[in-house]
Write a protein that binds this ligand. Structure first.
Ligand SMILES: [Zn+2]
Length: 207
């Protein structure tokens, strides 16, 4: 069973699923602690906390990964490729630049694969989007992420997309603050750190 008590360590901003997904890597991927997806298990764990899969799905995915470790390894590798591609497209959009054609081509390929699992279903008295094979396919957590990214990219909220102003953080967030003056992914994670750094430099200069 996935432990839900460690939610804090994932630093989920919970603005958009695709942003939480791209924020699983730091600006320095070479740092051992800058990578959250160190194993297939950590990918599933993240997906549960982020709301990409249910607990029941997660248990089935973990069981599937134990039976097919090679497939789990491939799924983990693909998840990182998806994340880095989505990040490059969103980061370019945040900087008002065009994404690279190769990234768009890769994204559309991934999206098409994900959308083959999308179904319109009846849930109680309503209709809802669901995914087929969502607990059998080890890459199932990537489908809602790709859908979330395509939704954000075509929404009006895209104009609020920002990259953290901290020099050692590349997290993405939506600046929906009143004056649209938010600079950091989070005040706790980067804002206070940046302030502390400014104070340190001022103190050192004697200012
Ligand atoms: Zn940050």
């Amino acid at each position: 069973m996935v432990n839900t008590r460690d939610i804090e360590k994932y630093g989920l901003l919970r603005e958009r699923l695709c942003l939480d997904f791209t924020n699983t890597s730091d600006a320095h991927p070479s740092l051992p602690d800058g990578e959250f997806f160190k194993s297939y298990y950590s990918l599933v764990e993240w997906a549960v906390y982020a709301g990409a899969v249910s607990h029941a799905q997660a248990d089935t995915l973990i069981a599937g990964a134990e039976t097919h470790p090679d497939k789990a390894g491939a799924a983990l590798k693909n998840a990182i490729t998806v994340r880095d591609t989505v990040y490059r497209i969103l980061s370019a959009a945040a900087a008002h630049q065009h994404p690279k054609p190769a990234d768009m081509q890769a994204f559309n390929h991934m999206l098409l694969k994900a959308m083959t699992h999308l179904r319109l279903s009846t849930v109680d008295e309503h209709f809802a989007w669901t995914y087929t094979q969502a607990d059998a396919d080890l890459e199932a957590m990537l489908w809602p992420v790709l859908w979330s990214a395509s939704e954000l990219l075509t929404s009006h909220d895209l104009r609020y997309l920002r990259e953290c102003a901290s020099e050692d953080c590349s997290w993405l967030f939506l600046d929906t603050s009143k004056n649209h003056s938010r600079r950091w992914c989070s005040m706790t994670l980067c804002g206070n750190r940046a302030k502390a750094r400014t104070h340190y430099h001022r103190a050192r200069k004697g200012g």
